[in-house]
Design a binder for this molecule. Structure first.
Ligand SMILES: Cc1ncc(COP(=O)(O)O)c(C=O)c1O
Length: 379
């Protein structure tokens, strides 16, 4: 039966345990599985290779993203690292220029020395991507909306460009900010989608995790091989926590987006704010595309303040409800200064973030309380 994503998320794992009928997926907290006989298997041999709780999460993720296979990892970075091992020395990768600092660090400081070549381009400009492709380009890495400037890249137009290019680079979208509830990259032509499940999918800031979902079966064997060979897999308890978080994803995302859109309007009118970055905000340069490509603007927004870095620090240290912390996507509101925190690794690089930029992960608390907190912090 075809169901809406709001039904799929709640029903995730519901039919898993046919033996007892448990309505949630049991936590199979075991490292290994007894074999019925030599050369025989229950389908599970060793938890790095496969575990029922993880399998339930992987199947659920594949369904939510409308892909054919899902793979779960210990963190978002573990997912990204495992995916990048698909490539070989000399391969070239085109990457969104506005990017999570940890992804930039992995690409630039870990994988570049191993012989992968990266070009960081403004993927909101189709012509820049087109001219950035080379005969050895093997992947187009899109982060949309991007971290921390919430830039929006046109997934279907870029997939079209990539798939018609001679080297047919893979199109991969980091969908962490949007989640499958707001944006469906595989339906727009992407080949693989990546998530930090630490964020909105887990949703409660109590677990770290990552996932890859593939559109086509062709990727299954290679990704499954790498997942087992590299071993960056999540434990069963972590898979359970992410499964539990997913059940309330749609309702949380709706509230995150309502609050964030209202806060974007409030900040847009505030005399001490220079600019606001929110995909569905009227001043956003790709607002039309965002409204076409995403179901809502999501819960993340950034803004710059008058008074420079010291004022940004003052605001970030003055909120009471918005906790000064890295990460995002939990039910609670967080505030941070990317240049000093999540994006410190981009300092002195072409990807460096402005020091007066503040990023908010808008939670699902009462909107008036959040607005009052920001109002007092901005003075
Ligand atoms: C867009 C994006 N991708 C990937 C990651 C990495 O995820 P993790 O922290 O789970 O390793 C993050 C972390 O903040 C992120 O914001």
């Amino acid at each position: 039966m075809t169901t809406n994503i709001a039904t799929q998320t709640v029903q995730i794992g519901l039919d898993w345990d046919t033996r007892t009928g448990a309505v949630t997926v049991p936590i199979y907290q075991t490292a290994t599985f007894r074999h019925p006989g030599l050369g025989q298997s229950t389908g599970y041999d060793y938890t790095r290779s496969g575990n029922p709780t993880r399998q339930s999460l992987e199947e659920g993720m594949a369904r939510l993203d409308n892909g054919c296979r899902g793979f779960a990892y210990a963190t978002g970075m573990a997912a990204i690292t495992s995916l990048l091992l698909l490539f070989r020395q000399g391969d070239h990768i085109v990457v969104t220029k506005d990017l999570y600092g940890g992804t930039y660090r992995l690409f630039d400081r870990v994988l570049r020395p191993y012989g992968l070549d990266f070009s960081f381009v403004d993927t909101t400009r189709l012509e820049d991507v087109q001219s950035g492709l080379r005969p050895n380009t093997r992947m187009l890495w899109l982060e949309t909306p991007s971290n921390p400037l919430l830039r929006v890249s046109d997934i279907s137009a870029l997939a079209e460009i990539a798939h018609h290019y001679s080297s047919q680079p893979l199109v991969v979208v980091d969908n962490t900010f949007a989640t499958p509830y707001l944006q469906r990259p595989l339906e727009l032509g992407a080949d693989l989608v990546v998530h930090s499940t630490t964020k909105y999918l887990g949703g409660h800031s109590d677990v770290v995790g990552g996932a890859i979902v593939a559109r086509e079966e062709t990727w299954h064997e290679r990704l499954a091989f790498l997942q087992n060979a590299v071993g960056a897999v999540p434990g069963p308890m972590d898979c359970f926590l992410i499964l539990r978080g997913i059940k309330t994803l749609p309702i949380r995302m709706q509230r995150h987006a309502e609050n964030a859109a209202a806060i974007a309007r409030f900040l847009g009118d505030h005399p001490r704010v220079k600019s606001v970055y929110y995909p569905f905000h009227a001043t956003h340069p790709q607002v039309k595309l965002a409204r076409r490509q995403m179901f809502s603007g999501g819960g993340m927004l950034s803004f710059t303040v008058k008074g420079g870095a010291s004022e940004a620090q003052h605001v970030a240290e003055s909120t009471h409800l918005f906790a000064l912390a890295e990460s995002l996507g939990g039910v609670e509101s967080l505030i941070e200064v990317p240049a000093a925190m999540t994006h410190a690794s981009t300092a002195h690089s072409p990807l460096a973030v402005s020091t007066d930029l503040i990023r908010l992960s808008v939670g699902i608390e009462n909107l008036d309380d959040l607005l009052a907190d920001l109002a007092q912090a901005l003075g």
